[in-house]
Design a protein around this ligand. Structure first.
Ligand SMILES: [Zn+2]
Ligand SMILES: [Zn+2]
Length: 329
């Protein structure tokens, strides 16, 4: 079967190809497969399970949503910024140190074995990919994400965001976690297509795409306009009643999930075991081939709009032909 042919020399490692969409979309529907996927992605040690745990810790203990947040003030907003800065430095810095600093697992489960761009690269600020990516993440990304969190807390305290509790709607409360990651894939697809429109690409999105091979700090290395659009996903809570833990989960799924998803590795591997599932090959293909995989593997918009690249050489040919057509227009 020709479809099975893979771009072996192109990748140091890749998951099983052709890449599959999340099993919500397989037809005929296989409920057991969906349950297994939800189990592996939400309830095993995966990045998203950790972000749910962290969102719970913030909502219930570290910094619960509070009535006094109905009035905007630097006093509480400043702590939101500090907390997010610390989380990004620990998680993104930690992943970078493990993968690229101490070289914790070499090229094991690494998609692209080429080094991330080192010193003396004029494409990047400070001539160095890592410093450049840290600059865009810490100077623009974290403050803009924090501003969205502050807005959400302010809206919640003023009653503009509807609320639910686990006691009143337990099933809906749990279902909202996978629904939010599905929704985020849709939101990302459309803003991402928008910033691939050539004028917006040159002005905004080219900042992110200077990273051909990516590391954790590349995830939020974006032009501030892209940060604004990317975190605007939180506006959904003006329509969708939720608990603060859902708001915090969606925020961290993007604030920490973009960096973990750009790690360049499928999982953290230590002591002979996959310790932390990250994924990210779907988007790694976008960084290498550009005009494909704008969304996420959870919602099949790329398939419906004909921009899906499943990692096979047949599909790569189609992506290249489409790119050529686009550029010759
Ligand atoms: Zn990216
Ligand atoms: Zn892009």
């Amino acid at each position: 079967m020709a479809k099975q042919k893979v771009n072996k020399p192109l990748w140091n490692y890749h998951p099983e190809l052709p890449l599959q969409m999340a099993p919500y979309w397989h037809w005929p529907m296989r409920p057991l497969m969906i349950i297994k996927w939800l189990w592996e992605n939400f309830l095993q040690v995966s990045d998203r399970a950790l972000y749910i745990a962290y969102a719970l810790a913030i909502a219930l203990w570290l910094m619960p949503f509070a009535g006094h947040e109905a009035v905007l003030s630097w006093q509480w907003a400043g702590w939101v910024l500090v907390r997010n800065l610390v989380a990004v430095l620990v998680v993104v810095g930690g992943l970078h140190y493990w993968f690229y600093g101490m070289d914790g697992q070499g090229n094991l489960l690494r998609f692209d074995a080429r080094p991330i761009t080192g010193r003396k690269s004029p494409r990047f600020k400070f001539n160095y990919q890592t410093w450049d990516n840290m600059y865009y993440t810490l100077v623009y990304g974290v403050p803009i994400a924090s501003a969205w969190e502050v807005a959400a807390r302010w809206g919640y305290a003023n009653g503009w965001v509807g609320s639910i509790s686990i006691g009143s709607e337990p099933i809906w409360f749990l279902l909202l976690f996978p629904i939010l990651t599905l929704y985020q894939g849709v939101h990302f697809y459309f803003i991402h297509r928008l910033i691939h429109w050539p004028p917006a690409y040159r002005w905004v999105h080219s900042v992110h795409h200077r990273n051909i091979n990516v590391g954790p700090w590349s995830g939020l290395s974006m032009h501030p306009v892209e940060h604004l659009l990317y975190f605007s996903s939180l506006l959904i809570f003006l329509l969708l009643p939720a608990h603060p833990v859902h708001i915090l989960f969606l925020l961290h799924w993007q604030l920490l999930g973009a960096p973990s998803g750009h790690s360049g590795y499928e999982a953290v591997f230590a002591k002979d075991k996959r310790r932390l599932l990250i994924g990210g090959f779907f988007h790694q293909l976008h960084h290498r081939y550009f005009e494909c995989n704008y969304g996420s593997p959870e919602f099949p918009l790329d398939r419906w709009f004909g921009t899906f690249h499943d990692g096979t050489s047949e599909m790569l040919k189609q992506v290249r032909e489409r790119t050529q057509r686009m550029h010759s227009r």
